[in-house]
Write a protein that binds this ligand. Sequence first.
Ligand code: UDP
Length: 258
Amino acid sequence: MVFNLLNFQLNFLNSEATQLLNDSPTMKTIAEGNTKVILEAENPTQIVMRFKDTASAYHGIKRATIEGKGALANRISARLFGVLAEAGVENHFVRLLSDNEQLCLKTEVLPLRVIVRNVAAGSIVRRFGIEEGTEFRVPVYEMNYKSAQLDDPFLNEHTAVAFGFVSYDEMALISQTAHRANEVLIKFFDSCGIRLIDFKLEFGRTPDGRLILADEISPDTCRLWDRMSGQRLDKDRFRRDMGDIIEAYKEVCERVKG
Ligand code: UDP
């Protein structure tokens, strides 16, 4: 089977460069990706997620160290998962531990990403030749298999079930959760003067078999535009060499704190 357990573990972070490490004298490292390190927590049902100051795009081809980015992504992701939890969208976030660390439930992260789009930007613009900024009549849901080597090929619900990643019932739950998360986040960002253009979700399986939201939700994984000016407040500033990355992430952090 191509999609073996190791592959599952290696996909724990959204990077093919993920590797199993074991080098921390205090907390044992479970895995390290481009932007985060996953460490063992005292409680075996939990993990510590440490956000790095690394920015990475185009499958890690473009990389840079941006001081302070990890702490901002940590804080923003914590807040957004908190907002989702309050709205009944179950997720892995437990609590903030430090500037760049948060405690999360340990899950087996599925090897797929769900992308939700409200407005055309990024790869969908290139693929369909549509104008950036075009509002979709209904949200677009896409899924891809996490493999930089294979260029993250698209999956549909049948492929995901056929490959044994999920059942049809779980696929339905994933769709419902993505839809609900979009509704909640659109409303929340709107209250912060931000348009939620698109974002990526990952799902993890808990030891008792439930699928919950995992990984992170931050300007690294969303496109966020200032409602008034249209200013980009997300990783596109890094992808497109627009500068002021930290300023943009700080702006988001300030606004989502309320
Ligand atoms: N995204 C992500 N991780 C990925 C791929 C996409 O977090 O591996 C996010 C990305 O930041 C954007 C949305 O998903 O908010 C849609 O990304 P897109 O398909 O447009 O790809 P991109 O142009 O960002 O490479």
